[in-house]
Design a protein around this ligand. Structure first.
Ligand SMILES: [Zn+2]
Length: 384
């Protein structure tokens, strides 16, 4: 491969390449070279809930602490071979994600290329933290209600640096604490039309069939979570070209924080529901995004989601190769990033080298030995 100006100029057998006389040559013997990974659902401003519960992170950690942690998380993410990450909401840390993105782009700190949501949008009354009703607690996202308010808040978030808008189409706020839709179809449609007219997209947190239906009809790019999807939901997603970020690892991790050990004892219901809905979506041919909700579990452990995708979906065609494609060319395509995700001339020189062959054993992605981002070597393990 020949790299120049941060991009791939040529790739192929050495004899076929025109190598400039002054080129620095790098050999990666015994390693597999592939495109950098694209994480579809991260929260760089969160850290694992078994360290600090989500409520306490939002309520009691200062913005300074949260951003400082985010700086560490960004480096770990890059070291894990993730050269692009779509960050799905700052969860109460304001525009800290915009600052991280800009600091990375300016070369101040190490990290993946970031697409950030900013605060994200929720319906009043739906989101947490929740406590004594007499008090207004800081929220993990920004509330907006009604078409006019949604337009104002979306435009504000975009103006302050959000690359896209994340909306919570439903949340766990029914009287019994189960998930229920939060916005009307009309509200979501206007939010999408205002956002897309600025050249951005809306992505939706949705875990109920009705929340998913409204979000899909409104025109969101991806559905996040999707636990309550039905055959009708999957068909609608296919019809509208909406991809699913199943975030398999999130509930899997939270269940373990609650004491469950995979393979031991009865499987928690949330894990069973997640596995079954994921399998139904794969079987229905819904396009799968690689996005695990990393931050609920440790940054740098992004591959955990790919391993679960394969573990739970291999017999339905989500094998190692398919999962690897989801994490590279697949996410590039469904997120509209046509300058990355493949090793091909003209694309960004975002590349990783691993031990083994991840297309036949996805866990090989845990053995990252070398990472290049934009033509710069950012990780080089010399202990081989
Ligand atoms: Zn999330």
């Amino acid at each position: 491969m020949v790299v120049s100006g941060g991009r791939i100029v040529a790739a192929g057998p050495p004899a076929s390449l025109q190598i400039p006389a002054d080129a620095r040559q790098i050999a990666l013997p015994g390693l597999t070279l592939l495109p950098g990974l694209i994480e579809g659902h991260s929260h760089l401003l969160l850290h694992p809930y078994n360290e600090t519960p989500w409520n306490d992170q939002v309520l009691f950690e200062s913005l300074g602490e949260r951003v400082a942690r985010g700086v560490v998380h960004a480096r770990r993410t890059l070291e894990a071979g993730v050269t692009t990450a779509r960050d799905l909401g700052s969860e109460g840390a304001g525009y800290g994600d915009v600052g991280l993105r800009d600091a990375i782009n300016k070369g101040v700190i190490a990290g993946p290329r970031l697409l950030v949501a900013g605060p994200a949008i929720v319906a009043t009354g739906s989101y947490g933290p929740k406590g004594a009703p007499e008090h207004s607690l800081p929220l993990g996202a920004e509330a907006a209600d009604g078409v006019d308010d949604l337009i104002r808040v979306a435009r504000t978030q975009m103006g302050r640096g959000a690359d896209f808008i994340k909306v919570y189409a439903d949340y766990r706020w029914s009287p019994t604490g189960t998930a229920a839709p939060s916005f009307t179809l009309d509200e979501l449609e206007r939010l999408v039309s205002v956002t897309t007219s600025s050249g951005r997209v809306v992505v939706a947190h949705a875990a109920t069939a009705e929340g998913m239906r409204r979000a899909i009809l409104a025109g969101v790019q991806t559905i996040e979570h999707g636990d309550g999807g039905t055959d009708e939901t999957w068909a609608l997603m296919r019809e509208h070209g909406v991809a699913l970020c199943p975030t398999l690892s999130a509930g899997h991790a939270i269940s373990q924080y609650g004491g469950w050990r995979p393979g031991q004892g009865p499987e928690p219901e949330r894990v069973r529901i997640k596995r079954e809905s994921y399998r139904a979506a794969v079987q229905a041919g819904v396009e799968m995004c690689f996005g695990g909700d990393v931050g609920v579990y440790p940054h740098g452990d992004n591959v955990r989601e790919l391993e679960l995708m394969v573990d739970w979906g291999r017999d339905l065609g989500m094998d190692d190769r398919a999962a690897l494609q989801a994490a590279t060319a697949g996410n590039a395509r469904l997120l509209g990033l046509d300058d990355r995700g493949l090793v091909a001339p003209g694309l960004l020189a975002d590349l990783i080298a691993v031990e083994g062959d991840p297309s036949s054993q996805i866990s090989a992605l845990r053995a990252i030995r070398w990472v290049m981002k934009g033509g710069q070597i950012v990780v080089e393990t010399t202990s081989r």
